[in-house]
Design a protein around this ligand. Structure first.
Ligand code: ADP
Ligand code: MG
Length: 566
């Protein structure tokens, strides 16, 4: 009970996470370059804006020109503002595109990987973890690709551009900026290091608190029986208190770091402003200061805050990087070691079609166990209805998983009408039907998204559920609970069986479809199976039930992983 649900986040993320991020980055490089270019255009437009503004003010106040005589700079100002707006939008848009591409790609990689692993291997992983990877971890990559990565470049290029302009105007002012600039990244890095450690601790504590609390709530009955409620609530209080302390420390560092950043930026800008002020008043006789004009002074002053802005933005997006690294660490193990597409294509090999399902000297073993199937060979013809019988644990489900392509045999060869398993859809029904929360129609459309009402009614009729549907208040649109709540076991199993009628899978694999049913429901399902058997499909049913064996025109008997007789 004491064990925390989450493992502590490792402090030194392995290089593989960084490499994985770099690999993702290389796929969206054009978009990232687009963001950087748009950001640069934005900065150049600002420089023009500041220059034009300083020109107008210089001409009006010092040179005594009328405002109306300055239509040229005025038009320039409007153009600069428009360019700025457009480039900002473009920057945002390219960033979103890059991030969306990456997330889409990662999700499709995950899907491919899961498809290759198949339900048998995936059964070893908690579905909550899979869902968390699919949704949250992938989403955590957003800020990194949309903002942080391009900002890394902009934080270098934009200050350099501004510095060049300021240098041209007044090299002493540029020198002030140049001295102040590295201080910011330096202090950010110092604070950032401890912030990173703290934010990992924060994530860790949050996970621990959640696990702790969930454990206590789950075992509330036992706690009450043993009179441990007081201690348990004290434990939760203690864990929450620790979480509070870490949160406060994280916040303190976050506030401190932005305060340091603001402080240095303000000091640097103030120094530049002071220099320009005294220079304009003629108090400074050093270097370029006697040549300062209102134009050059104002121009420099307007540019100074913009010089620090990209660095501040970078600091703001710094946590995006930490989040993405954390997510990458979780996702990197899931990305296929071998190219998943390759694995998939290997399965989808083109070969001439035949009329047989052949299993040739197939051997299967789960890791750390002796072989579950040994030297199994048989062939069935199109349209055969085959019963697969044998004691529990003899390998029936394993054989069906091989035929479905969920498991790769260690030796031997399987072809389904000339194709490799997994190349074409097969229909599968296990002991418990897979029904989702949704209407009858939703459940049927799960595997045949384009099925129309008429086809669904035909399918429902074929499994003997027509009267049941007719008795529902909204027919096929009547909602069902999760796992088919609201239906009897036999009805749920027949609803799942109705899906087989909606797809044109040639091979139908049924794994003990009546095993968890009462006699009445069993009879209903067997009735539906009989109709399926007459439909001309090739059907392989693992079963113990004599009535189902009677439907079949062939029987394969497995014993301890070997085919004993027919
Ligand atoms: P049946 O369906 O005939 O009852 P199975 O094919 O489910 O038999 O199982 C055959 C043998 O393989 C059993 O001894 C079972 O313990 C083992 N087995 C099944 N699935 C796994 C698995 N995922 N990991 C390890 N062993 C397994
Ligand atoms: Mg089984």
């Amino acid at each position: 009970m004491e064990k925390a649900i989450t493992e502590p986040v490792s402090r030194d993320l392995p290089n593989s996470a960084r490499l994985w991020l770099a690999r993702q980055q290389s796929t969206v490089r054009p978009f990232l370059i687009g963001v950087v270019i748009a950001g640069l255009v934005n900065a150049l437009a600002f420089i023009c804006l500041a220059g034009l503004l300083a020109t107008v003010i210089q001409r009006t106040l010092i040179d005594g020109q009328a405002l109306s005589a300055q239509s040229g700079p005025a038009i320039g100002l409007i153009v600069a503002v428009a360019v700025r707006a457009i480039s900002q939008a473009a920057q945002e848009r390219f960033g979103q595109l890059a991030s969306a591409r990456v997330r889409q790609r990662v999700r499709s990689e995950l899907l491919d990987e899961w498809a290759v692993q198949g339900p048998v291997q995936l059964a070893g992983r908690a579905s909550a973890t899979l869902a968390n990877h699919w949704v949250e971890q992938v989403e955590a990559l957003d800020g990194y690709f949309a903002r942080y990565l391009p900002q890394q470049w902009l934080a270098l290029l934009v200050p350099l551009t501004i510095l060049a302009v300021v240098f041209w105007l007044d090299w002493l002012a540029a020198l002030f900026l140049l001295i102040a600039a590295p201080l910011i990244p330096l202090f950010m890095a110092l604070i950032g290091m401890s912030a990173e450690r703290l934010s990992q601790q924060h994530v860790h504590e949050a996970g621990r608190l959640a696990g702790h609390f969930l454990d206590r709530v789950r075992s509330l009955t036992s706690l009450q029986l043993f009179g441990q409620v007081e201690q348990a609530s004290a434990g939760v209080t203690h864990a929450a208190e620790r979480y509070r302390a870490v949160t406060m420390r994280t916040l303190r560092v976050a506030f401190l770091s932005s305060a340091v950043l603001e402080f240095f930026a303000s000091v640097a800008i103030a120094v530049v402003a002071m220099y320009i002020g005294f220079g304009l008043l003629g108090y400074i006789d050093f270097g370029p200061s006697p040549q300062l004009t209102l134009f050059s002074g104002l121009f420099v002053l307007l540019l100074a805050p913009e010089f620090f802005q990209p660095l501040r933005n970078l600091a703001q997006h710094y946590h995006d990087r930490a989040a993405a690294l954390g997510a990458a660490d979780a996702l990197v193990g899931l990305s296929p070691a071998v190219d998943s597409e390759q694995t998939y294509r290997r399965v989808v090999s083109m070969s001439p079609r035949t009329d047989h399902v052949t299993v040739d000297r197939v051997k299967v073993g789960y890791s750390g166990r002796s072989a579950v199937l040994e030297d199994v060979s048989f062939s069935i013809s199109r349209g055969d209805v085959v019963a697969l019988v044998g004691p529990s644990g003899s390998g029936k489900s394993t054989l069906l998983s091989c035929l479905a392509g969920f498991i790769q045999p260690q030796a031997g060869h399987i072809t389904l009408f000339g194709q490799a398993p997994g190349a074409e859809p097969v229909a599968w029904l296990g002991q418990r039907p897979f029904l989702i929360k949704g209407s009858w129609a939703d459940n049927l459309r799960l595997i045949a998204p384009d099925a129309d009402i008429a086809a669904m009614l035909t399918a429902v009729e074929a499994v003997g559920l027509k009267d049941v549907v007719a008795a529902q208040p909204h027919g096929l649109a009547t909602p069902l609970g999760e796992g088919g709540r609201g239906l009897s076991g036999g009805q749920a199993q027949r609803l799942a069986l109705a899906r087989v009628w909606l797809i044109d899978a040639e091979l139908v694999l049924l794994d003990e479809p009546t095993a968890s049913l009462d006699p009445n429901s069993e009879a209903e399902v067997i009735e539906a199976l009989l109709a399926l058997a007459r439909s001309g499909r090739t059907i392989l049913i693992a079963t113990h039930h004599p009535a189902i064996v009677a439907i079949a025109n062939r029987t394969l008997r497995l014993h301890a992983g070997r085919l004993v007789d027919e």
